[in-house]
Each structure stands twice: as C-alpha cells, then as structure tokens.
Write a protein that binds this ligand. Structure first.
Ligand code: NAD
Length: 340
C-alpha cells in the first residue's frame, strides 16, 4: 500500500470501518497543496479490498490534476465505500461515513459519484458540513455532461475539422446520470446516438426519447463511429480493446478509462485523438467547488467554458510535440501542482 502511495504521490490514506452499519470506507487524499481536497464518493461492490484502495488512489490523483487544470484553488481526494452484499440501513451507513469525513476537519470535501445519490449526500450532511451535491447544493452530473458536450465539440473540431455535431455518430457507453444527460444534448445538436448500458431500461428510454440505436454491451467499443464516449466505469480501454476501436476520437466522462499511459500511446499511434478524462469531465467539480464557495449559476457556467479552452491547449501541445494528449495533460497538471 505504501508503494502505491509513493508511486502516485498520495499525501494520505484513511481507512474506516463501522461494524454497526457495515461501513468499510477508504478516503484517499492525493494533494492539499492548492487547497482542501475535493472529490467524489463511490459506493460500489469491489472484488476485493485492494481493488477498492486502487480505485480510490487513482481517482484521487485524477481529482488533483483536474482541479489544477480547471484553475480551482483545490486539492484532490476520493472516497470509496465498499458496497456490502446486504445493508440494514443505507442512511445509517452514509451517516457513519459522514462522521469519518468530519474527523478530517475539512481536509477532504466529499461529493456524489458512481453509486451515490443526492439523498446519500443529505445523510452525510447530517454529520458534517464538508459535503457538496446535497439537495440544497444540487447534483453536479448535468454540469459534468455540459462540460463533456463542450469537450466533444472541441475534440470534433481538432480531429474532424468541424464542431458541427449534426449527423456525427457518437457511441456512448453508460447512460447513467452523466451519460443520459450527455445523450440528450447530443441528440438536440443532431448527433446520431449509438448506446449501450448494462441496465436495459436506460437503453430503452434512450431509444424512445432520443431515437438512439441500441448496441450490445460487448460490441459498443468496436462499433464504427466518429466519437466514442465512455461514460460508465474506468479501465475499459486496454491494449486489447484499443486494437478493436473504430472511432476517430475518444471523449467521455468516465474517470480513468485507460488502463495506463501506454494505452494512451497506443491510441495516438492509431490516430485516435484522446480527450484526457480529468480535463473533459471537470464540469461537475467546477460546479460543486464554486457552489460550495457560494457562487451563482452564471459564474459557474462561465467557468465551464474553460474546459474547451484547456482542451484546445492540450491538443495543440500534443500535436506540436507528436505525443498523446494524456501525457501532455499530466505534465501541465504536474507543473501547476508542484510549481515546476
Ligand atoms: P452512474 O453510476 O450514474 O452511471 C454509470 C452508468 O454506466 C450506469 O447506468 C451503468 O449501468 C453503466 N455501465 C457501467 N458499466 C458499463 C458497461 N461496461 N457497459 C455499459 N454500461 C455500463 O455514473 P455517472 O455519475 O453517470 O458517472 C459516469 C462516469 O463519469 C463515472 O466514471 C464517473 O466517475 C464519471 N464522472 C462523473 C461525474 C458526475 O458528475 N457524476 C463527474 C466526473 C466524472
């Protein structure tokens, strides 16, 4: 565990259990150099404890890089709650987690992520004020989707020479809080949607409401399209799956869709433009951070436009240096984080 912390530059890791509610949680704080660490709270079933720790650490690092590139005075952290097979009271479990957050005294501010809801954040808020995306603060997912939509336009411009999405084929993997809202915006812009989700009800809804074409889960990545938008979980792009891609660019909301930087190089060698995850999906973080600071919606929306600007900058460097945008974004973030 210490080797993993060292390799990723993690500041601290906090493990908590609460047998009375079934809580088993990991809070990873990657950096608080630029400000308190902000990042989502996942509530998922993991195959083992190591996978949960690994997920928390990788996500926390991404949050630090995301905040730095978004120009926010914040650090990065992430919480992972291991979803038990059976839970007596979900509310009690999230309240117990709220007490863990409170113990960190503001060094970590939690938020909604995969598997958690606004209602869960409300339970956490019973125990600590270091929580965002509550009912009062609002769900950041629509803002994440807005940022990804803007990022897809930027990516289309850079790779295909036009940001007109009319008729563009976009394959979306995962129609959750972000994926569905993104699908709605793409549909409104005239894009053709190819969608998959392990929840067939969500696919059905996208077919009925947005005229989306359903694609089998195991066929989505190899479906011919212009833009592939991974909006499910991470780790979907590895050397094997990248070889099967038939798209011009990858631009979606999922955190850590690539298994490694070598996968980013592989995309680059195949001429597939990659929009780095923590740049394109930063709309939610921008929303929760500014909302927590008491900013109004127009200020938040104005800040969201930085996503396209930053992405354009990353693509320009990548093209000039003939390197993957993933490597360029890491370097830019590290420069800001460590003042190199
Ligand atoms: P969510 O849990 O609401 O939705 C994820 C969806 O993906 C679910 O409908 C799930 O069934 C589906 N899915 C999972 N694996 C799949 C697979 N292999 N094939 C097809 N469908 C699959 O999560 P969300 O909030 O929409 O977030 C989606 C991704 O974006 C996550 O990686 C999350 O970390 C990231 N993200 C979310 C936000 C936010 O504001 N919610 C912000 C930044 C990044």
């Amino acid at each position: 565990m210490f080797a993993l912390m060292q390799a990723t530059g993690l500041e601290s890791m906090h493990l908590s259990i609460d047998p009375s509610t079934g809580l088993k949680a990991v809070i990873a704080i990657h950096s608080s150099r630029l400000g308190p660490a902000v990042g989502g709270c996942r509530y998922l079933a993991y195959p083992d404890d190591e996978s949960a720790v690994d997920d928390a650490v990788r996500l926390a690092r991404g949050m630090s890089y995301k905040a730095a590139l978004a120009g926010l005075p914040l650090g990065g952290g992430t919480a992972v709650i291991l979803r038990p097979p059976h839970v007596e009271s979900r509310a009690a479990l999230f309240e117990a987690f709220g007490r863990c957050v409170e113990q960190l005294d503001g060094r970590y501010i939690t938020a909604i992520d995969s598997g958690t809801s606004v209602a869960d954040m409300d339970c956490i808020a019973q125990q600590t004020r270091h929580v965002t995306s509550t009912t009062a603060a609002g769900d950041p997912s629509p803002h994440t989707a807005m940022g990804v939509f803007a990022g897809i336009r930027t990516t289309a411009m850079a790779r295909l020479g036009s940001d007109n999405l009319e008729g563009l084929r976009v394959a979306i993997q995962g129609l959750g809080n972000v994926g569905f809202a993104l699908a709605e915006q793409l549909h409104a812009a005239g894009a053709e949607l190819l969608v998959s989700d392990i929840d067939s009800g969500k696919v059905q809804l996208a077919m009925e409401q947005l005229g989306a074409h359903p694609i089998a889960n195991d066929a989505l990545l190899s479906t011919p399209c212009d833009i592939l938008a991974p909006c499910g979980l991470g780790g979907v792009l590895n050397s094997h799956s990248v070889a099967q891609l038939r798209c011009a660019a990858v631009a979606g909301s999922a955190h850590n869709p690539l298994t490694s930087l070598q996968t980013a190089d592989l995309l680059e060698s195949r001429g597939i433009l990659y929009a780095p995850d923590y740049v394109i999906n930063s709309g939610g973080l921008i929303y929760v951070a500014l909302k927590h600071r008491g900013e109004e919606l127009p200020t938040i929306t104005a800040h969201l436009s930085n996503i396209g600007v930053r992405l354009t900058e990353v693509f320009a460097h990548a093209q000039a240096e003939k390197r993957s945008p993933a490597r360029v974004a890491d370097e830019l973030a590290e420069r800001l984080l460590y003042r190199l």
